[in-house]
Design a protein around this ligand. Structure first.
Ligand code: PBG
Length: 297
């Protein structure tokens, strides 16, 4: 099993490995892979192509240095390369964003000018649109160092994925969990994608035992929004889907903001779960047309 070497990547891949061993009896050996995303100090949004965390892991997979890889799904580029298949999308962790703030404050309780760190244009745009009194400052690094900026007093708050906190056993440090219908998470946030080589049917079958149909469907709809907008992972687009009322309905919401938060376009759509991709595309078209109208583009 290939994985990045960060604490978060190791936590999520080792819990997947444990689940795989449990259902299949297979023993799993972990191979840590360093990626450009781990070694560069540049802001994620300036690193150009999407998938800075992913390319080295996929190269190792195609070179048969590893047999399968566990990725944070939201970090994957929307196109899956030839020769690689997503064999499993396990049950999703909490998809929501979370605030870690000094003195346990919520965003609404932060004073004007409070410094809130995030490196994500999606989070920055939504923060400013909802709370224009805040001073959003660029930030990157692992979850531990981002929370460290709050604990040291350099920042008043940071916004991170609840899933990241949960996987590190630190969800209790969140002072607010943001409603995903109001502050829309990144497409596929909280989900994992387990990839293997397409020509490895035995392993494909083994891994697919841990695939969760509802998670795959929700993520498919969210990622279809992103793919249709041809936006990379750093574009200010949020999308969140859930499967409601015992699989009868797919409910999808999506948001685009301008980077300064002055324009925010939010739309929802409900459809059959069998139409996940088409629903994502349709919602993206509506969203983009309405956003362009409101910004005068
Ligand atoms: N962009 C980095 C990243 N990629 C995956 C997660 C954890 C959440 C997840 O699994 O979706 C994080 C941290 C964060 O966004 O705070």
């Amino acid at each position: 099993m290939g994985t990045r070497g960060s604490a978060l990547a190791l936590a999520q891949s080792s819990s997947f490995a444990a689940a795989l061993s449990e259902v299949s009896g297979a023993s799993v050996r972990t191979v840590g892979i360093t990626t450009q995303g781990d070694t560069s100090n540049a802001a994620i949004a300036t690193m150009g192509s999407t998938g800075v965390f992913v390319q080295a892991v996929r190269a190792a997979l195609l070179a048969e240095e590893i047999d399968f890889a566990v990725h944070s799904y939201k970090d994957l580029p929307t196109a899956v390369p030839d020769g690689i298949t997503i064999a499993a999308v396990p049950v999703r962790e909490d998809p929501r964003d979370a605030v870690v703030a000094a003195d346990g404050r919520t965003l609404a309780q932060l004073p004007p000018g409070a410094r809130v760190g995030t490196g994500s244009p999606r989070r920055a745009g939504q923060l400013l649109s909802m709370h224009p009194q805040l001073d959003v400052v660029p930030l990157r690094g692992n979850v531990d160092s981002r929370i460290g900026r709050v604990r040291s007093g350099q920042l008043d708050a940071v916004v991170v994925a609840a899933a990241g906190l949960a996987r590190l056993g630190r969800l209790a440090e969140a002072s607010q969990i943001l409603d995903p219908d109001a502050f829309v998470p990144a497409p596929a946030q909280g989900a994992l994608a387990v990839e293997c080589r397409s020509d490895d049917p035995g392993l494909l079958a083994l891994l697919s035992a841990l695939d969760d149909r509802d998670t795959r469907c929700a993520v498919e709809a969210e990622r279809a929004v992103l793919a249709r907008l041809e936006a990379g992972c750093s574009a200010p687009v949020g999308a969140h889907a859930r499967i409601a009322r015992s699989r009868a309905r797919l409910e999808l919401c999506a948001v685009i903001t301008s980077p300064d938060g002055r324009h925010r376009t939010y739309r929802t759509m409900s459809a059959s779960p069998t139409d996940a991709t088409a629903t994502g595309h349709t919602l993206a078209d509506t969203l983009l047309a309405d956003h362009n109208t409101s910004t005068g583009a």
